[in-house]
Each structure stands twice: as structure tokens, then as C-alpha cells.
Write a protein that binds this ligand. Structure first.
Ligand code: HEC
Length: 140
């Protein structure tokens, strides 16, 4: 495969993912993180804690040991591994908020993911979207 073909097929794979999830890219990472923080507080903090530390109603999503590769013991919804940030995004879009799954706009989920990655000290060199999230490896 020459370089052009490779780039085209990589582009196609990314486009397929992006359209499967219909997640538009964010304007900028800093904007997304700030917006994600507000959205997290409104839609996620009740169960996952103001700082993502977890409550009796939801596991920790920020901090050491949060977002483990394998579903935590006793998990009722999660069956998938979290290898990349895209895996987390797919789980969240399908299942979260726990009491109103799928109720947010795609772009809002991306902003929350950008915020959560930032809070976990995971840097993304590109705005967090389907293409960049697939490359953010959380667990080898
Ligand atoms: C009504 C409570 C509730 C709300 C609101 C809620 N969650 Fe959850 N969340 C849960 C519960 C309970 C689980 C554990 C699911 C299971 O049993 O597999 C969970 C699991 C998760 C996980 C996977 C954690 C892991 O280690 O397996 C992520 C990530 C997550 N939630 C993100 C979010 C985000 C982002 C929002 C806001 C958009 C949100 N949640 C809103 C209750 C909630």
C-alpha cells in the first residue's frame, strides 16, 4: 500500500467511526473541557461525585483506579473493556446518565469526555472526537 492509499483508508475508517457515532469535533480543547465540566456537574456529578470520586450511586470516574480496563466486579451495565477513550465514550453514550441513558447531544458527550480525560491527567493532542479518542490508550 502506498502512502496515499494508506492515508485514504485511514481517513475512511475514521470517517466511518465518526459517522457511526455522529460526533462532531469540538471547536477547541479548552472550550470543550470547560463546557464538559459544566455538563458533568449538571448530568453526572449526582452519582459520580463533584470531582468524579464516586458516590454510593455510581463508581469513581476520576482518580487512581478509575475507569479500569475490565468491568468492576458487580457491574450491572458494563460488559466491555475500556482500552481506549473511544471505548469509554461508547459505553457512556449507550448507558449514561444511568437514569436517562442517551439523553445528551453527541457534542455534549464529547465535551464531558474531554473534561473527564483532562481531570484524569490524560492529555489529548487533538480535540477529543471519535478519531482522536480511538488513539488515546488508557490500558494496553
Ligand atoms: C443515576 C446515577 C448516574 C448518573 C446520573 C450517571 N451515572 Fe455513570 N454510572 C452509574 C452507575 C450505577 C454505573 C455503574 C454501571 C454498571 O453497573 O456497570 C456508572 C458507570 C459509569 C462509567 C463506567 C465506570 C466503570 O468503571 O465501569 C462511566 C465512565 C460513567 N458512568 C460516566 C457517566 C457520565 C459521563 C455521566 C453523565 C453524562 C454519568 N455517568 C451519569 C450511575 C450514574
Amino acid at each position: 500500500m502506498n502512502a496515499t492509499t494508506k492515508n485514504v483508508s485511514r481517513g475512511l475508517a475514521a470517517a466511518a467511526l465518526a459517522s457511526a457515532l455522529t460526533f462532531p469535533a469540538q471547536a477547541s480543547d479548552a472550550d470543550a473541557i470547560a463546557r464538559g465540566q459544566t455538563l458533568y456537574a449538571a448530568h453526572c456529578a449526582d452519582c459520580h461525585g463533584a470531582g468524579g470520586e464516586g458516590t454510593k450511586d455510581g463508581p469513581a470516574v476520576v482518580g487512581k483506579g478509575a475507569l479500569p480496563m475490565n468491568p468492576p466486579s458487580g457491574a450491572r451495565m458494563r460488559e466491555s473493556e475500556f482500552r481506549t477513550a473511544l471505548d469509554v465514550a461508547q459505553f457512556v453514550v449507550k448507558n449514561m446518565p444511568g437514569d436517562d441513558a442517551g439523553s445528551l447531544e453527541a457534542e455534549e458527550y464529547w465535551a464531558i469526555l474531554a473534561f473527564a480525560l483532562h481531570a484524569n491527567g490524560v492529555a489529548s493532542s487533538a480535540p477529543v472526537d471519535a478519531e482522536s479518542a480511538a488513539k488515546i490508550v488508557l490500558h494496553e
